[in-house]
Design a protein around this ligand. Structure first.
Ligand SMILES: Cc1ncc(C[n+]2csc(CCOP(=O)(O)OP(=O)(O)O)c2C)c(N)n1
Ligand SMILES: O=C1C[C@@H](O)[C@H](O)[C@@H](O)C1=O
Ligand SMILES: [Mg+2]
Length: 636
């Protein structure tokens, strides 16, 4: 048996180079590259190993650990979880910065390999710089904070532990039912320690992304449920997208006249132009999808985890009559809402169901067409909102007086409504461009009014809704699709929270386009507080003397080297978008939009905690109405 003497880090990098994935017979390397922010916890170990021999791995310097991990997540999501980046950080704050990103990967079931450095295994220099030092245990480090946000977590305190740990990590990341972040924390002294590794550990390994087939019982049960139903609705989740089930979804929907409604993760599995696609479901859904869901007597949930945004906190469906059929590779999700469970791959299951459904046609009749028409008209209205100095009724009503809206128009020097600006972007950019967003009011807006005409052009993270994913993730998408344009749709709040990977994109000449919607505040949270009877409290960006802030984001990005634009009208927006297409450098379009002009709910409700006692009658009312809604909601 041959041995090879390597440091733990050298062994790690050598192993990463040898991991392959096989998807439907096609084989390719699983690890594309490594993002890094070096510190004393990783520069001399993993840094040295990469410098010595990175193999085929692309090495990219990040600017913020959360940001670069977000880039890695968006990359993997865009690659349909078939390829990943690894992310190496230093100890202490460097690894703590991974926590929000790890949660993002976990909630969205996205594989990513996180490699934070850890404190010394020998404990000789304890407390090493950045060691938190607990009185009750020396074994607990900052990295323990990553346990609840990792699908797999391990700490390496001896070089030989690496072998079994890496094999487990790759097993988890390449299993569609378990995919998520694998975190391997390596003690910083151990990173440089040498060991005689068995050469066989470094042989090429192929991980098969096999499609789990449904058993006969599952297929027959599913077919019976569908045939017995009058108004089934297919809920297209992320699992349908990752399984690449577009064609069979379209064919089943057409043949049996079953409407499609989408989750955020499932959107753009099937293009919005498909006649039976009614768009997003739930609190951020369309009127068409929400009406269809309410009428449904069978919900066929495909690859969905049924977050409360999709279920509208368990009020989106008629729970008295509706049954659920869940097709999911994860048993956890298949078990939800008392569904009949098919624990299998979406595409294979639908293909095998098809012959069992011969002759079946739903009773939706012309309803699907009518619902789609009604929504198309509503979207058209939203595309052309004209601000007025008097008597203006924004989408989100009864929050700001006309006087306050006029103040915003004056301070931001704009009359642009967010919906109008967003649909303009949708109309002007190339249809094969990918958009990305995550938090604030934009995810709701895009789930409703963004029409993707090309599949897999919608990389929206709404499992964790983590501010900061928008700009960082755009870099990951560009790495996945270097020949296409990527547009980060980001609110001013999210931009301020984290946009450091814009600099990385500029540094390495990966062109991304940042489309910033500046309404000078945490707009959607302001809506939430005011919708529930509160005042406008610390969600607007106002100065100490109550002036609306007008930040020149174009100037900020210009300082980094981006080509930038300031936009206050539809005409300026169109011109900026057209010019941005011609650029080879990253761009930022700073669009000033009016608050309260994002879309509002369409016959949907969201359960949020409301004060049960308060001095405001409006809050008492909100509490009463929540209690009332909960009486009709499904309890679990
Ligand atoms: C990391 C993180 N912190 C806090 C939140 C809670 N949060 C959600 S949206 C939001 C404000 C977003 O503001 P902005 O990006 O300007 O979007 P807008 O709602 O104004 O469109 C906040 C604070 C979050 N989702 N993520
Ligand atoms: O609290 C939140 C409310 C949502 O409207 C928003 O989109 C999301 O980012 C969030 O965190
Ligand atoms: Mg904002």
């Amino acid at each position: 048996m041959g041995k090879i003497r390597l440091t733990t880090s050298q062994a790690l990098i050598k192993f990463l180079n040898q991991q392959y994935i096989n998807v439907d017979g096609e084989e390719f390397p699983f690890v594309e590259g490594v993002f890094n922010v070096f510190g004393h916890g990783n520069v001399l170990g993993i840094g040295q190993a990469l410098e010595q021999d990175a193999g085929h791995l692309k090495v990219i310097q990040g600017k913020n650990e959360q940001g670069m991990a977000h880039a890695a997540i968006a990359y993997s999501k865009q690659m349909l979880r078939q390829k990943i980046y690894a992310v190496t950080t230093s100890v202490g704050p460097g690894s703590a910065n991974l926590a929000a990103a790890a949660g993002t990967a976990l909630a969205n079931n996205i594989p990513v390999l996180l490699l934070p450095g850890d404190t010394f295994a020998t404990r000789q220099p304890d407390p090493v710089l950045q060691q938190v030092e607990h009185e009750y245990s020396l074994a607990v480090t900052t990295n323990d904070a990553l346990k609840p946000v990792s699908r797999y977590w391990d700490r390496i305190t001896r070089p030989e532990q690496l072998m079994s740990s890496l094999i487990r990590a790759f097993e988890v990341m390449t299993d569609p039912g378990k995919a998520g972040p694998a975190t391997i924390c390596i003690a910083q002294d151990v990173e440089g320690e040498a060991f005689d590794y068995d050469e066989r550990f470094f042989e090429k390994r192929v991980h098969y992304l096999d499609r789990k087939e449904p058993v006969k019982r599952e297929l027959e049960g599913a077919a019976k449920l569908i045939k017995d139903s009058k108004r089934p609705v297919i809920l297209v989740g992320g699992g349908a997208k990752y399984s690449q089930a577009r064609d069979i979804l379209v064919s089943l929907s057409e043949k049996h006249h079953i409407p499609l409604v989408e989750t955020q993760a499932g959107k753009a599995t099937v293009e919005s132009t498909f006649k039976n696609n009614l768009g997003g479901l739930g609190i951020t859904g369309t009127l068409a999808a929400n009406k269809a869901a309410r009428q449904a007597d069978l919900i066929i949930g495909i690859g969905t985890r049924y977050t409360d945004f999709a279920t509208s906190s368990k009020t989106a469906f008629n729970f008295d009559n509706a049954k659920f059929l869940n097709i999911n590779v994860s048993r956890l999700h298949a078990y939800k809402l008392d569904a009949f469970q098919v624990v299998a791959d979406a595409k294979v299951t639908l293909e095998q169901l098809a012959p069992l459904l011969e002759g079946y046609v739903s009773e939706f009749g012309s309803t699907i067409f009518e619902l789609k028409e009604e929504w198309t008209a509503e979207r058209e209205r939203l595309s052309n909102i004209q601000f007025k100095r008097e008597g203006f009724e924004p989408e989100v009503k009864n929050h700001f007086s006309q006087e306050i809206l006029n103040e915003y128009a004056d301070q931001l020097n704009t009359e642009l409504a967010q919906t109008t600006a967003l649909i303009t972007v949708n109309d002007v950019i190339a249809p094969d461009s990918t958009i990305i967003t995550a938090a604030g009011s934009l995810p709701g807006d895009v789930q409703r009014i963004w029409n993707p005409t090309v599949p897999n052009t919608y990389n929206v993270e709404y499992g964790y809704s983590c501010m900061g994913y928008e700009v960082s993730g755009a870099l990951g998408i560009k790495l996945a699709e270097p020949d296409k344009e990527v547009y980060s749709l980001v609110g001013d709040g999210s931009f301020l929270m984290l946009h450091s990977e814009l600099i990385t994109a500029i540094q390495y000449n990966y062109k991304i386009n940042v489309v910033l919607f500046d309404n000078s505040g945490f707009g959607c949270i302001n809506n939430l507080q005011m919708d529930h009877g509160g005042g406008s409290y610390f969600c607007e960006f106002r100065t100490h003397d109550n002036k609306i802030m007008n930040i020149d984001y174009a100037k900020v990005a210009e300082g980094y080297g981006a080509k930038t634009y300031k936009v206050h009208t539809v005409q300026e927006l169109k011109a900026a978008l057209e010019d941005a297409k011609k650029q080879s450098v990253s761009t930022l379009i700073d669009i000033k939009v009016l608050p309260k002009t994002m879309t509002d709910g369409y016959e949907s409700w969201w359960n949020v905690g409301v004060a049960e006692v308060s001095q405001k009658e409006s809050i008492q009312k909100a509490n009463d109405s929540r209690k009332k809604m909960l009486q009709t909601a499904k309890q679990y």
